[in-house]
Write a protein that binds this ligand. Structure first.
Ligand code: 4AD
Ligand code: MG
Length: 465
């Protein structure tokens, strides 16, 4: 009986002797006159399997010899130990059928392509090594995220993508409407009449599931949400997307320091899982993507060491005393710019650092106000190369203080009535954070542009594919 196997299975030494079917895409085909060496890939793993096809095949001259890069094929054959040193196994082909011969204009010819070019063919780039590898690591991270929380008694909660409240209060939301934009209904005083809109009021794509998931934390203890989030900020940077995925755990009865502890364990677990289970892909990122080829070494070190912690106030001191000159001047109260984050993680602490207790004026309304009334119980996890990958806080659970904060920031407490209600009926201290999936993926792979770690990136001016 022929067994249908993946390239990953076929490459295992223990598969030697099996009669198999393989299907996939030709990476290269070397024509040695009476035989061809075909490197076949099906995305199941980083490496290819070598198929050896000779002129005993009936379609050898008519089809096999004409195979081109990108062609799709079906092959039957026997897995044998490979005489070559590059791979443990290869396949002696007994039958080969062609699904499609890719013409010469197939854009992924065997040569190095720039990431910019590959971005312009996002529909085909999953067949390129780098994007194949990124997708597998992304998959492993997502699996690991669920394993981490499930094994610790967290419940997975689905929070809505369409919402009427701005979680971050930053007004960076995409509007969701069915109003005819060419003929918008108006109220007598000239404003848009949202009562005629689909939801009867303005609605948006969510920037975060936090407010909704807090309601479940205050009922079920430890919960998390994990889904796409949307930001209409006009940041054309290598670290921002308009659509990205966020993991947001929320824990009742957690203090800020317990929150930081969880974030650290979480990140270390993700790194450990990827290092263990994506060895071949990670070796590729180390050797071919990370310019200093130290990725594996530095991730391994991070798993083994404690993260540094420092208050925002201490961070400002460190930056003020730095010999380095910054483009953005540093003083207490300013938001940390990426050059500051880089200095802290890359030069000063030489590793991830958790900065906590930020000035309230640069953070969102829901963070717990400290007794100094100037800072809030916020924390950001900063990493070398990427900067902020986690943002979180202890939540303000005192009704009056929260209501005041909303007003101070020019937000309407009525819009947050249900969120405020949590503080009226059995309010409890609680904390949570958000990890940007693409940010951690950049960190883990050393990929430099966030647009290359999500299958189809959305950013200002681009919603192609
Ligand atoms: O710091 P942020 O804005 O925090 C929140 O949304 C909180 N509601 C999270 C919480 O406490 N539950 O975003 C959290 C993380 C950032 O640290 C970053 O990793 C990522 O989300 N992020 C982005 N990733 C890609 N593109 C963007 N435009 C991002 N904005 C934030
Ligand atoms: Mg943040």
């Amino acid at each position: 009986m022929l067994e249908k196997v993946s390239v990953a299975q076929a490459r295992l030494e223990e598969s030697v002797g099996k009669e198999v079917v393989l299907q996939g895409w030709v990476r290269t085909c070397r024509d040695m006159k009476t035989m061809c060496f075909i490197a076949l890939n099906d995305g199941s793993c980083f490496g290819n399997i070598q198929l050896v096809a000779d002129d005993s095949l009936t379609n050898y001259d008519s089809e096999v010899k004409k195979l081109t890069t990108g062609s799709s094929i079906y092959a039957e054959g026997k897995i044998v130990a490979s005489p070559g040193s590059e791979q443990p196994t290869e396949v002696q082909v007994t039958k080969l059928e062609v699904y499609d011969i890719a013409p010469a204009e197939y854009p992924l010819q065997k040569k190095r392509h720039t990431l910019e070019f590959l971005r312009s063919i996002a529909h085909l780039r999953p067949r390129a090594n780098t994007f194949n590898a990124v997708a597998r690591v992304r998959n492993r991270l997502c699996y690991s995220i669920h394993q981490f929380f499930q094994s610790r008694g967290f419940y997975y909660i689905h929070t809505p993508l369409i919402t009427a409240s701005d979680c971050e209060g930053a007004g960076e939301m995409f509007k969701v409407t069915t109003l005819d934009l060419a003929n918008v209904p108006r109220t007598p005083d000239g404003n848009v009449d949202y009562t005629q809109d689909f939801f009867g009021k303005p609605a948006f794509l969510t920037v975060s599931g936090q407010l909704a998931v807090e309601n479940y934390a205050c009922a079920m203890g430890k919960v998390y949400t994990f889904g796409p989030t949307f930001r209409a900020e006009n940041s054309n940077t290598s670290r921002h997307l308009s659509e990205f995925w966020m993991i947001e755990p929320e824990m009742a009865f957690y203090t800020l320091s317990e929150n930081m502890q969880l974030a650290e364990e979480f990140l270390k677990t993700l790194l450990r899982d990827v290092l263990n289970d994506c060895a071949e892909d990670m070796q590729f990122f180390n050797d071919r993507i990370d310019p200093s080829h130290t990725l594996l070494e530095s991730l391994t070190k991070i798993v083994e060491c404690d993260f540094q912690r420092c208050s925002y106030t201490q961070a400002i001191e460190i930056l003020t005393n730095a010999k380095q000159k910054f483009q953005y001047p540093v003083q207490w109260g300013v938001d940390l710019q990426s050059e500051h984050e880089r200095y802290l993680t890359e030069v000063h602490f030489k590793g991830p650092v958790i900065v906590h207790d930020y000035p309230k004026d640069i953070k969102a309304f829901y963070m717990r106000l400290n007794d100094d009334e100037k800072t809030v119980r916020a924390m950001d996890v900063l990493t070398p190369g990427v900067g902020e990958i986690i943002g979180g806080s202890e939540r303000e659970y005192r009704y009056d203080v929260l209501e005041n904060r909303l007003k101070e920031l020019g937000l309407n407490p009525e819009d947050y009535w249900w969120y405020l209600d949590l503080r009226r009926f059995g309010t409890v201290p609680h904390s949570g954070f958000g990890l940007g999936l693409e940010r951690i993926l950049m960190f883990v792979t050393s990929m430099q542009n966030i647009r290359d770690v999500i299958p189809f990136p959305r950013f200002p001016g681009n919603a192609e594919f």
